[in-house]
Design a protein around this ligand. Structure first.
Ligand SMILES: [Zn+2]
Length: 200
């Protein structure tokens, strides 16, 4: 593995927590359930608490598709219908506990456009820049798709990026997909950390 190997990470101004697509359709029982994805919920709550304690920004991103989205099998895509805007499946898990407001980022909101990366939305990067965010801490679903694409774009845009290893789960269409995605993100410069690496 290359990339920085953190010991203890002190959170500071300019840090932001990016929670990718923790929506019911990606949780057990959902239309596109990611195996064991519910196990990350209590871990993410610990990250939320750590960021809220310091008044740091939290971004909740979501797949927010029209009913005829091009990623759905019915319309020629690879996935079952999932995360249709306004449905229960597209809602954030209510097991995530917030005490403070967070920012919502919706992606892949038009029929003919698929987007795995949060940066595919035109306002996400400007929003981060205006807020003087320089370090991103990325967790959520799924490791091998939206987390992967978001982290790659974040690194390419020059954000110092931490991958929350204990707060991600993958789809694994092929059994090794998540492991390979993790390795690639780290190779590109993402720093892998776990909750215990944060100075709480
Ligand atoms: Zn989707």
């Amino acid at each position: 593995m290359s990339g920085p190997q953190p010991t203890t990470v002190e959170l500071k101004g300019g840090d932001a927590l990016i929670i990718v697509d923790v929506q019911y359709d990606f949780l057990p029982g959902g239309a596109l359930a990611v195996p064991q994805s519910d196990r990350i919920l209590p871990v993410i709550n610990n990250y939320i608490a750590a960021f809220e304690k310091r008044g740091l920004r939290i971004y909740m991103t979501r797949d927010w598709h029209p009913p005829d989205h091009c990623s759905f099998k019915e319309y020629g895509g690879p996935w079952p219908t999932h995360c249709v805007a306004g449905t229960k499946g597209a809602a954030f898990s209510t097991e995530l506990k917030f005490s403070l407001p967070f920012t919502i980022v919706s992606k892949a909101t038009t029929s003919d456009h698929e987007a795995y990366s949060d940066f595919s939305t035109t306002d996400f990067e400007p929003n981060l820049r205006v807020a003087c965010v320089s370090r991103l801490f990325v967790g959520g679903l799924a490791t091998d798709y939206c987390v992967f694409s978001t982290v790659k774009d974040a690194l390419a845009l020059g954000f110092e990026t931490y991958l929350l290893l204990d707060a991600i789960r993958g789809v694994n269409v092929q059994p090794d997909d998540s492991r390979k995605a993790e390795q690639e993100m780290i190779r590109l410069g993402a720093a892998p950390i776990k909750l215990q690496d944060l100075a709480l």
